[in-house]
Design a binder for this molecule. Structure first.
Ligand code: MLT
Length: 251
């Protein structure tokens, strides 16, 4: 079954969760791995990201679209093109917490955006038509985000198997737009990014299937998800990660 969660609140148990935050967290994580970062550590909070700072680690993220105080860069795929360390710590408002939450619900979690659409489809199709997959839209502050539903619809339409009504709705949304740029540019999140002077990120996030990278969760705690490229897992190494009961982590 191919299902779509329009926001994090619709998360359910599934074999595979495909998390989408095309503007911009999953685009940034995909671009970072393509640039040669070994891992991306998705942090539920800005505070935890700051605690994780260390040699070889680059802090990236946003609050209200802009870089939090003390961070090295924003939640920007354009900025992530230049590798500045070994690991990118990523703290964002919606995408990073959705990835962490998805790791609690699904056996496998991969991250999708327009930049890696074909690569994700290739990996998910390997599970065959009997697959139970939920495409999880990160949304914006608990509300539906048009651009994520567009990407979910594109993914759903290209996967085999039965569909839920939610998946059919997403496919209908995807069919309503001429292409990814039109869909992303029509969203409220694109308008917010334009207000912050970040239109270049919207244009970049609309580029389709340019990166052969499938970010996948390789370890997780209650507040952190460790991401490596599914297509180059052997290079990523096993992360050593410990969590206290309060969610404190040492990685
Ligand atoms: C988020 O996680 O809330 C988004 O990626 C926001 C953004 O575009 O930076």
């Amino acid at each position: 079954v191919i299902d779509v969660a329009f926001t994090r609140a619709d998360l359910r148990r599934a074999d595979v969760a495909v998390v989408v935050d095309v503007l911009r967290a999953t685009s940034t994580a995909t671009q970072a791995l393509a640039a040669g970062y070994r891992r991306v550590l998705c942090s539920e909070t800005v505070e935890l990201a700051r605690d994780l700072r260390g040699p070889g680690r680059v802090l990236a993220g946003e609050r209200h679209c802009v870089k939090p105080a003390g961070f090295d860069q924003g939640n920007s795929p354009l900025e992530a093109r230049e590798r500045a360390g070994e690991e990118l710590i990523l703290a964002t408002t919606n995408g990073a917490p959705t990835i962490v939450a998805a790791a609690r619900h699904a056996t496998r979690v991969v991250l999708a955006c327009m930049l890696n659409l074909d690569a994700v489809l290739r990996v998910v199709r390997r599970h065959g038509a009997g697959l139970d997959a939920q495409i999880v839209c990160s949304g914006t502050e608990d509300a539906v985000a048009l651009e994520d539903v567009y990407v979910a619809g594109r993914l759903s339409a290209a996967l085999p198997g039965e569909r839920t009504d939610a998946a059919r709705v997403a496919e209908g949304v995807a069919r309503a737009f001429a292409g990814p740029y039109e869909a992303l540019a029509a969203s409220a999140d694109a308008a917010a990014l334009a207000n912050a002077g970040l239109t270049g990120d919207v244009t970049y996030c609309a580029r389709e299937s340019e990166l052969d990278v499938v970010p996948a969760v390789v370890a997780a705690t209650r507040r952190l998800a460790v991401i490596a490229d599914e297509l180059r897992r052997d290079d990523a190494g096993e992360p050593s990660l410990a969590a206290d009961s309060d969610g404190t982590v040492s990685v």
